[in-house]
Design a binder for this molecule. Structure first.
Ligand code: ATP
Ligand code: MG
Length: 424
């Protein structure tokens, strides 16, 4: 009997212990495990908890929190990816600064413009961009909420050379209207500024080139009107000067129109297949008179195996005329001018004009293809040149997908080589 009671007591105690363990120990241990996994960023094997309703409810709530947190993390990742994509695709530099003037975000263009190699985040504006004006602009925006724009020069950023940047600082507004940061934009306007300078130079050069012959016209016309009894010889001299300047004016206007047509969106080139040998022979005939009038020799050489070239015939002639005009203009009696067509490689041919004339100084050589650039100004002007011929040549060559280069030695002569692809 005693044994029976003892055994029954043991069974009851064991059953009570198992029940206690299932209801109060295991569920909370499982909940603890789930919490541990979630905190460490891992996905728990299961959120199912047995035995205790409160523990079950907590596990379900944890699963809900876990799913939401995952969802939020995915959204944050997506947003970050979008921001990185937008910042990376921007052509301008962008930096975001917090209310204390510390850098919070910066794209690759900003880093490149200022030669910054680390992420720079957390540093203040002056340390990062090393420009007092940028720091002043940001401070002003943070203090007053006002947007400001200025231009600055940056020396030796990632691109090495000096750059001109347009900087804009904009406030990041809070809902109550306060400012809690600033966005700074950096736009590289170096090229724009250079283009603007080219445009200004072009207008001033054209005005100058037009004004010179026009004022000569006016002066001599006044003389002719005011002095009707002018000696015949003097009258003839004046008329010859007027004729010379009117020819110059005419060729200046022709060159300007030619340039304008070449720069139009559709320059209207008509590509046909051309046999260079025949074309050069005809051009040589046209030039015989001019060349011999200056006591020069014109030699024409064409390689035997020249393939036909796809080009606009009138424009190709314009190239060769301009090069021959220079060779003749800048040579003196007794010299030789050589016009040569040769095969460069499988895809390209070359047309070269070589002379034994004045040559071009090494310092001037890289600039002779610029508009209005004249190496020897007095001499070129005297020869009636306006400095547009080679820029027209370069334009036409580029429209044909080719290239042009010149080599020269002062006092020895010049060679200009035009390389054209045989197929367009
Ligand atoms: N063959 C050459 N020999 C010496 N100098 C040259 C030669 N070709 C060009 N140059 C120099 O390069 C400059 C630019 O040439 P370009 O043909 O553009 O102008 P230009 O001959 O002066 O005027 P344009 O051709 O418009 O009548 C010339 O003014 C001249 O100083
Ligand atoms: Mg010329």
């Amino acid at each position: 009997m005693v044994w029976f009671l003892f055994s029954a007591g043991l069974v009851v105690t064991y059953a009570a212990a198992v029940h206690f363990w299932r209801k109060w120990v295991r569920p909370w241990r499982d909940v603890d495990h789930v919490i541990h996994e979630v905190i460490n960023g891992r996905t728990p094997r299961t959120f199912l908890v047995d035995g205790n309703r409160s523990a079950q409810r907590i596990a379900v709530a944890l699963e809900d929190v876990f799913v939401r947190q995952r969802h939020l993390a995915t959204r944050v990742e997506e947003d970050q990816l979008n921001i990185r994509t937008i910042l990376g695709a921007m052509r301008d530099g962008l930096a975001v600064v917090d209310g204390k003037g510390r850098l919070r975000l910066m794209n690759a263009v900003s880093r490149h413009l200022f030669g910054i190699t680390d992420d720079g985040l957390g540093r203040n504006v002056i340390e990062t961009f090393r420009d007092p004006l940028v720091a002043e602009m940001v401070t002003r925006t943070l203090q007053t909420g006002a947007s400001t724009s200025h231009s600055i020069n940056v020396r030796g950023g990632g691109s090495g050379g000096d750059r001109r940047l347009a900087v804009t600082s904009l406030a990041i507004q809070q809902e109550d209207g306060g400012t809690h940061g600033a966005i700074v934009l950096f736009q590289d306007v170096t090229q724009l500024q250079q283009l603007e300078q080219v445009r200004k130079d072009f207008v001033s050069n054209v005005s100058h080139e037009l004004r010179t012959p026009l004022s000569i016209f006016r002066g001599y016309l006044e003389t002719l009107i005011d002095e009707p009894d002018l000696a015949r010889a003097e009258r003839e001299r004046i008329l010859r000067v007027l004729e010379k300047h009117s020819t110059r004016l005419h060729s200046l206007v022709d060159d300007l129109l030619s340039l304008a047509r070449l720069e139009a969106p559709d320059p209207g080139l008509n590509f046909v297949s051309i046999l260079l040998d025949g074309l050069l022979q005809n051009i040589v005939k046209d030039w015989e008179k001019k060349v011999s009038a200056k006591e020069l020799r014109l030699v024409h050489i064409s390689d035997a195996d020249l393939p036909p070239v796809s080009a606009d015939e009138a424009r190709l002639e314009e190239i060769i005329y301009n090069l021959l005009d220079n060779a003749v203009k800048y040579s003196s009696a007794g010299g030789q001018v050589t016009l040569r067509a040769s095969r460069v490689d499988e895809h390209n041919v070359a047309i070269s004009v070589t002379d034994e004339g004045t040559g071009i100084a090494a310092a001037d050589l890289p600039r002779i293809f610029e508009r209005f650039y004249r190496a020897d100004k007095a001499r070129s002007r005297e020869m009636g040149g306006t400095g547009l011929g080679l820029s027209i040549v370069k334009h036409i060559v580029q429209l044909h997908g080719g290239s042009v280069e010149a080599e020269s030695q002062l006092g020895r002569g010049t060679a200009v080589h035009v390389i054209l692809p045989k197929d367009r």
